[in-house]
Design a protein around this ligand. Structure first.
Ligand code: NAD
Length: 265
């Protein structure tokens, strides 16, 4: 029998972290090495398996300063503060992070980790969204005179907007045309906006109920339009993708990787 890969979960008390813990415990090739949550969490000290609705795992939730034990890969679904707080404790371990909402300075700090160990940061771990990114790149390049708008919808407890996935889709469309997203993005419209400039990408965020994740990319031409739409039915797709990345990244050299590497896109 081959040895199980020891994995730590950062954000283990959260909506996504609990899914990741479930899938690690249900797998026959991964082991839950440790589980981390924020210091003021009610779940601190609770058993990670019981918290995730599984049998007792013998892994109590700890804070990040307790380190990551013998984990070889850390899977992170926390918040920007959690991701950055973990960096000094990672050493050469691989980090697979799905945390969104990092600003440019936080992203730059995260990327320094790629000098020490393998790092994979994905705004969305679903295979469908990663194929969608490739489709958006192709459509934006081929239909270079079409207007691009990105619409996303999520549950009401999401704290960042627009979603990391919406930004990734907008960036894919922008880069396919040689544009810098920051120079052309337009976050919502209200009032007397004037006519829409051609060199613009609109971003629009809806928040309602329990929506897991919905993204639309609109490409509007003068007499025809295309809508590319992705809807996630369950958070399990993100956990599955993150663990696919976890299996793929273990043992890789230091560096910055993406889901396109994992999926061979
Ligand atoms: P959540 O609020 O339910 O859980 C957050 C978790 O992070 C909790 O366990 C909390 O204790 C922990 N945490 C927060 N700050 C921390 C800190 N400073 N130190 C240690 N732990 C800390 O959130 P969620 O819905 O599970 O989402 C978590 C993140 O994952 C968000 O950024 C969300 O946008 C992102 N997300 C990414 C994907 C993807 O595919 N990449 C999919 C879904 C959600």
């Amino acid at each position: 029998m081959t040895e199980r890969l020891p994995v730590a979960v950062l954000g283990a008390s959260g909506r996504m972290g609990q899914r990741v813990v479930q899938q690690i415990l249900d797998s026959d090739d991964l082991a839950l090495a440790c589980a981390v949550c924020r210091a003021d969490s009610n779940s601190l000290g609770a058993d990670a398996g019981l918290l995730a609705g599984r049998a007792k795992a013998g892994v109590p939730l700890t804070t990040v300063d307790a380190g990551f034990g013998d984990a070889r890969v850390v899977v992170d679904f926390s918040l920007p503060g959690g991701t950055l707080a973990a960096l000094p404790y990672l050493g050469r371990r691989a980090l697979v992070t799905g945390t969104t909402g990092l600003d440019a300075a936080q992203l730059a700090a995260l990327h320094t980790q790629a000098d020490a160990g393998p790092l994979l940061h994905a705004a969305n771990f679903s295979t469908g969204v990663n194929v969608l990114l490739a489709l958006v790149r192709a459509a934006s390049r081929a239909l270079s005179d079409f207007d691009v708008e990105v619409v996303e919808a999520h549950h009401t407890r999401k704290v960042d907007a627009p979603s990391g996935t919406a930004l990734a889709l907008a960036r894919a469309a922008a880069e396919a045309r040689g544009w810098d997203l920051e120079a052309v993005r337009r976050d919502g419209r209200v009032g007397h906006t004037g006519a829409r400039p051609a060199r613009e990408i609109g971003l629009h965020a809806l928040r309602a109920g329990g929506i897991t994740g919905h993204h639309e990319v609109w490409l509007g031409g003068p007499s025809e339009q295309i809508q590319l739409v992705h809807t996630a039915a369950s958070r399990d797709v993100f956990a599955e993708g993150a663990l696919r990345a976890t299996r793929w990244i273990a043992g890789r050299p230091p560096g910055l990787y993406g889901m396109s590497d994992v999926l061979g896109l």
